[in-house]
Design a protein around this ligand. Structure first.
Ligand code: G4P
Length: 525
């Protein structure tokens, strides 16, 4: 273990931003890029985001073209205050897919952005559940403070109640919307004024928790009230506990406005301070892989196929768990035991893709692949075999029936489905008796990708009949009585032949559980 490597690893902060669409993920990312000097002008990232949203549904070829661009924003590495910060994108809207969830397996922390006018929204909740399952730290940014939103206290209560996590208040707003005066910064023991020149932007507090000196705002009720509330809340609220933050039980909560840049720097400064550097990873046989261990190890968490239609190439995204990557490194792919040369790789910057020069544990690299790699693959250097645990499977929510359009092409249809399912593009189910194919996904885009790739890579055209939203719940084979299924809950089996009900809606599931109170239904993550 070299000292320099350990130093480099300590500087890494690898995280994802989770939020419901429109809460401000792109805007806050852009602010980080601005602070770090990676971009010079606001609007750069947003423009890209808008474009890809526009094309996402209309035309797959366009999506592909877009993907060539959007992949650069899939992972961004920037230098912030001496830290190497890796932001991994979690697409929303039409781009939402299982990849989004898998991405969360490759980060060491999550930032949760909440719109103060809306509170906890469905996608935030779902993404939170996945992150929370991993027990990694979650930092909350209550955004859009420049607009009138809901009461701060109500938002914090909702956060704790709906998500079941404790909040630690890092700062507290003094006013909101057009009357926003500033933030009472409990963590840094200062007041951050919304307006004010550079000298008076941050005002330290004295021992009584007051701003020293003569300022007009001190007579404002926003100041006195904010101060009182903040002090009261910090005494009554949860105590600071770094261990509980590290295990995702306590979330530091910040208020601010990404659009106006207010409170954002304060947020990122505290984030890099409190968020953990990459930590050890456990293998399936319980070897502890220390990130500063000099040999390279990593795993594939996402594959982006066919970004360039002219070359059937794919990019495998690899999270480095230990060691250092150098161009041309020779490694072993655990699943096959074959050697894998890491010669054609890419690293992701704010506005370009570059050949990786060097990367260390915590970083994410893209490896051009011709079909050798699968999601969840472990890669290691040296003789000792390293196998990281399989990535979890996620409960799909959208379903389609699929049949080949041309019965003569059955063979390529089956081969294509098998490979795409193995790759994690979609999940495969069959109806219990008739063995009709049903595919499941968490986002619509997965179906489009599936259909497109089947046709283009396997020359199999498919008929897809939407079944809409379903609630998938697994039942133990010994509990199963096929009579339990009905038109409102389709009985199917997954690709491991485990029986699963696809309930039409919540009502149908409730009806089932009240009819069979002793039957335990399970979901995937
Ligand atoms: P997303 O990536 O989470 O989907 O959200 P994004 O950053 O694109 O922000 C969504 C909209 O919210 C954007 O408006 C953005 O300008 C706005 N927004 C983000 N942060 C703040 C904030 O702190 N305050 C205010 N007032 N607005 C914020 P937009 O694209 O122009 O849409 P619209 O405003 O025209 O609807």
């Amino acid at each position: 273990m070299s000292k320099e490597l350990a130093q480099e690893v300590k500087k890494r902060r690898t995280f994802a931003i989770i939020s419901h669409p429109d809460a401000g993920k792109t805007t806050i990312t852009e602010q980080l890029l601005l602070f770090s000097g990676a971009i010079r002008q606001a609007g750069t990232v947003k423009a890209k985001g808008k474009k890809s949203n526009k094309f996402a549904k209309s035309d797959w070829m366009e999506i592909e073209k877009q993907r060539g661009i959007s992949v650069t924003s899939s992972v961004m590495q920037v230098d912030y205050d001496g830290y190497q910060v890796n932001i991994v994108d979690t697409p929303g809207h039409e781009d939402f897919s299982e990849d989004t969830y898998r991405t969360l397996m490759a980060v060491d922390a999550a930032v949760m952005v909440i719109d103060t006018a809306k509170g906890i929204e469905p996608q935030t909740k779902r993404l939170f559940e996945v992150v929370s399952h991993r027990g990694i730290p979650i930092f909350t940014f209550m955004n859009k403070l420049d607009r009138d939103g809901r009461e701060p206290l109500e938002l914090v209560e909702e956060l704790e109640e709906v998500l079941g996590i404790d909040a630690y208040l890092m700062n507290w707003p003094m006013g909101m919307g057009s009357s926003l005066l500033g933030l009472y910064d409990l963590y840094n023991h200062r007041v951050e004024l919304r307006r004010g020149d550079d000298d008076s932007h941050y005002l330290p507090l004295n021992d009584e928790g007051q701003v020293e000196g003569d300022y007009d705002f001190k007579s404002s009720s926003l100041y006195t009230q904010g101060l009182e509330d903040a002090q009261l809340l910090s005494e009554a609220g949860n105590p600071f506990d770094q261990n509980r933050i590290n295990s995702g039980k306590l979330t530091p909560v910040f208020f601010g406005s990404a659009l106006t840049g207010f409170g954002v720097q304060t947020f990122f400064d505290a984030f890099v301070d409190l968020a953990p550097a990459p930590s050890a990873t456990l293998t399936v046989d319980e070897q502890v892989i220390d990130p500063a261990d000099s040999r390279f190890t990593g795993f594939v968490f996402k594959i982006q196929a066919n970004m360039n239609p002219a070359h059937r190439d794919r990019i495998a995204f690899i999270r480095i768990c230990s060691g250092e990557f150098e161009k041309g490194l020779s490694t072993t792919l655990e699943r096959t035991g074959k050697s894998l040369s890491m010669s054609h790789t890419t690293q992701f910057m704010a506005d370009s893709r570059e050949e990786v020069q060097s990367a260390v544990a915590g970083d994410i690299i893209g490896l051009y692949d011709t079909g050798n790699l699968q999601i969840g693959d472990s890669i290691y250097e040296g003789k000792q075999v390293v196998k990281f645990p399989a990535l979890p499977q996620f409960t799909p929510e959208l379903f389609m029936r699929v049949t080949p359009k041309n019965v003569m092409k059955q063979k390529s249809f089956h081969k294509g489905i098998e490979q795409l399912v193995q790759e994690g593009a979609v999940q495969l189910y069959k109806t219990y008796h008739t063995e009709d194919y049903i595919i499941g996904a968490v986002g619509q885009l997965q179906f489009e990708v599936f259909q497109y790739r089947l046709q283009n890579e396997y020359n199999a055209e498919v008929e897809m009949i939407p079944m809409g939203h379903k609630i998938a719940r697994w039942i133990k084979p010994e509990d199963l009585d096929p009579k339990m299924s009905s038109s409102r809950n389709i009985l199917a089996k997954d690709r491991f032949d485990r029986p699963v009900f696809l309930f039409e809606n919540q009502f149908a599931e409730n009806w089932f559980t009240s009819k069979y109170p002793d039957i335990e239904l399970e979901k995937l993550l």
